[in-house]
Design a binder for this molecule. Structure first.
Ligand SMILES: *[C@@H]1O[C@H](CO)[C@@H](O)[C@H](O)[C@H]1NC(C)=O
Ligand SMILES: *[C@@H]1O[C@H](CO)[C@@H](O)[C@H](O)[C@H]1NC(C)=O
Ligand SMILES: *[C@@H]1O[C@H](CO)[C@@H](O)[C@H](O)[C@H]1NC(C)=O
Ligand SMILES: *[C@@H]1O[C@H](CO)[C@@H](O)[C@H](O)[C@H]1NC(C)=O
Length: 648
């Protein structure tokens, strides 16, 4: 009732806030247009694996995406209601970043169809001329994809931008009439996605519609779920939410994916409220989320996989608006650990839920998840929900596209997410800049960067918080300690060519986990025991590569480790390049060895490891086990019981 009341007030006062508005606050950093940053080295290969995997083939065989279904199809998922939009949003940047003509033509066809079928009211997609109720949300990911096409191919701006403005005018009138936001649907929780599109128009192509854009942003905020309250310490859930009474009577705000989406809401709001409280609240909410629900893989519990994708995107946006390095460190950890762990190495199968201690991936008996199906930790085409099948392609392209930023005055370039890249852009004063970063990071500690520039400028590179005794050597000079301020180290670049080498070592660290267990980290990577497995094909399809797979352990996994014994090993590839794919058993060059012994450790049902035993006694001889980067393990122990083996 209170929410309805504030909506009525807001609509009634429409002309007042439109006139008194002082526009949008600038972001701290801006990303570069899609295509200006390209993946290189192993990261390019990872996108090729994705292109050759499920993501790159959905358009050929997967009914929810394949063209024959989405033109005129009426399933709940196809069209712009979810499947088509998600797929488009991921495959637009995938196609551009690896310059794949097939994928680019598929996404172009999709864009053309949707825009060519915009009706006179402004509604677009296959849903025109139908009696379907009109809900706004499904169109939000489509608009993200359309924006990325406009950025990568400015010749299409003249077609895309007017279509978006026409849709905004329609959405504005729908919101004022109380239409477009279905109760129990996503539009009220994910309003921030539309706000971000409106801000892109405002920042880049306002075309005289500034007031309407701002008014629509405010309508969305005041009709949408109240994230400033959800993320307050007073209401934040500090444990599992199944048995808690939701104080807002809005259970969807505690849905894992929506929470990740909601992280973007307050910084998006801040840009038009100019209320510092919005930024402080999201910072507190971020800390609460990871304090109470965080996992060593970087992500937080609850619908982990899709939440992971959204947290990558949300964290990137938070960094761009706020500039706090904690967001960037977290995004990098999720990307290099939780994301690849939940896909097979060849990226033909994915899970819905992932576990830190995952001793099997199979149809679960009993099913421990109150809200998710028993099939949700199988690796397959669409375990549990089809949404991740169509949404998973956005993870890697997004990290690449957001890895370089500029300061708002466009004088400086910032290398945010570390990895191999090549970048080509024009900074302020027509400063033509290219950057090549040659590295195996996160499977290597050194990054060799070559910059060419037509003018002098200041270049920034992020130094992650876990780096100890990092050094930089510029133009062949002596290595000097890095001196980051707010997470960024400045390099003064002269016109011409500048080269520097960063060395960013890190100590092995352990993280305390429940029941006295520990998780092991070094730098951006989390390390786990990779349980030997066999695979059983559960479902075979006409597309032979799209199988559903059960994984079972074929070796003991009941190990406790001695934290004092942890030792880092590097086995760099002789060829200089990493194997392809890299995220599978036995492949990464970095490992950690640990003294260990087997202990009594039971199972819960036939699928899960019970909680790690506290203060266990060895039941087997002292041995040495190898811990591998978490993303390369598909069955694993990531949280270990602890033993003292120093006297054995
Ligand atoms: C809607 O249907 C009418 C009648 O079949 C057709 O003329 C019109 O082009 C259709 N509109 C769109 C946007 O597809
Ligand atoms: C800023 O946001 C806080 C928290 O939502 C709110 O209590 C306060 O009234 C807002 N300030 C202004 C000036 O709107
Ligand atoms: C960078 O982009 C500019 C403009 O598109 C182009 O002329 C130039 O050749 C590119 N440089 C490199 C090294 O790719
Ligand atoms: C996998 O290993 C388990 C445990 O050893 C065994 O019971 C099962 O039959 C094996 N499955 C396959 C497909 O080899």
């Amino acid at each position: 009732m209170a929410r309805l009341f504030s909506l009525a007030l807001l609509v009634g006062a429409g002309c007042v806030y439109a006139q008194s508005s002082s526009g949008l606050a600038p972001k701290k950093y801006e990303y570069l247009p899609l295509g200006a940053v390209k993946p290189a080295g192993w990261l390019y290969d990872q996108l090729i694996v994705q292109t050759n995997g499920l993501a790159g083939h959905e358009h050929d065989f997967y009914a929810l995406v394949a063209q024959s279904d989405w033109i005129g199809g009426d399933s709940d998922y196809s069209d712009l209601e979810e499947a088509g939009s998600y797929w488009f949003n991921g495959m637009v940047p995938n196609g551009v970043l690896v310059d794949d003509p097939t994928i680019k033509s598929q996404t172009q066809q999709f864009l053309d169809y949707v825009l060519d079928h915009q009706d006179e009211t402004g509604w677009f997609g296959p849903e025109v001329n139908t009696t379907k109720p009109r809900y706004l949300w499904g169109r939000y990911p489509f608009m993200f994809g359309a924006i990325q096409i406009a950025e990568s191919d400015p010749a299409q701006v003249g077609k895309i931008v007017p279509a978006l403005h026409k849709f905004v005018a329609l959405a504005n009138s729908m919101l004022k009439n109380g239409e477009g936001l279905n109760d129990g649907g996503w539009a009220k929780t994910r309003w921030e996605d539309f706000v971000i599109t409106l801000q892109w128009l405002y920042d880049n192509h306002p075309d005289g519609h500034e007031d309407l854009l701002l008014e629509t942003m405010k309508l969305l905020k005041w009709t949408g779920d109240p994230w400033e309250e959800v993320f307050s310490a007073q209401y934040f859930p500090t444990g599992p939410t199944e048995d808690l009474q939701n104080p807002f009577d809005l259970p969807l705000v505690w849905h894992g994916v929506n929470m990740a989406e909601g992280l973007k809401a307050l910084p998006a709001t801040y840009r038009f409220t100019h209320n510092q409280s919005d930024l402080d609240r999201v910072s507190e909410g971020w800390d609460l989320l990871f304090k109470y629900h965080g996992r060593p893989s970087g992500i937080y519990a609850a619908d982990e996989y899709l939440a992971g994708l959204e947290a990558i995107r949300g964290g990137s946006y938070l960094y761009q608006v706020i500039g706090d390095p904690k967001y960037a460190d977290r995004v990098e950890r999720i990307t290099y650990n939780a994301l690849p762990a939940t896909l097979t190495g060849d990226m033909w199968a994915r899970q819905y839920l992932q576990q830190q201690n995952q001793i099997a991936a199979k149809n679960m008996t009993p099913n421990p998840f109150p809200n998710d199906g028993s099939y949700s930790n199988v690796f397959g085409l669409e375990p549990n929900y089809p949404c991740c099948t169509v949404n998973h392609p956005q993870g890697w392209p997004n990290i690449v596209a957001n890895s370089f930023l500029t300061t708002p005055d466009k004088q400086s370039l910032v290398h945010l997410y570390l990895g191999p890249f090549s970048t080509n852009t024009t900074l302020a004063n027509d400063n033509q800049v290219t950057v090549n970063v040659d590295t195996l990071y996160p499977f290597g500690d050194t990054l060799a960067t070559t910059i060419t520039a037509s003018k002098d400028f200041t270049y920034y590179v992020r130094i992650p918080s876990w780096v100890t005794q990092g050094t930089i050597a510029v133009n062949g000079g002596a290595a000097q300690g890095v001196a980051p301020q707010n997470g960024l180290h400045a390099v003064q670049v002269k016109a011409g060519t500048t080269k520097f080498v960063l060395d960013l070592p890190a100590e092995i660290t352990t993280e305390a986990r429940p029941h006295g267990s520990i998780a092991v980290h070094r730098g951006p990577l989390h390390y786990a025991y990779d349980i030997a497995r066999n695979a059983t094909v559960l479902v075979q399809r006409a597309e032979a590569r799209a199988q559903d797979l059960e994984f079972d352990a074929t070796a003991p996994w009941q190990y406790a480790i001695d934290p004092s014994s942890l030792k880092f090993n590097n086995n760099p590839p002789a060829s200089g390049s990493l194997p392809s794919p890299i995220f599978d058993s036995g492949l990464p060059p970095y490992t950690i060895s640990a003294s260990a012994c087997q202990v009594e450790w039971g199972v819960a049902g036939d699928t899960f490891a019970a909680s790690p035993p506290e203060n266990p006694a060895c039941v087997g001889a002292k041995t040495t086990i190898t811990l591998w980067p978490f993303g390369a393990t598909k069955l694993r122990i990531g949280e270990f019981p602890v033993v003292d083996l120093s006297k054995q």
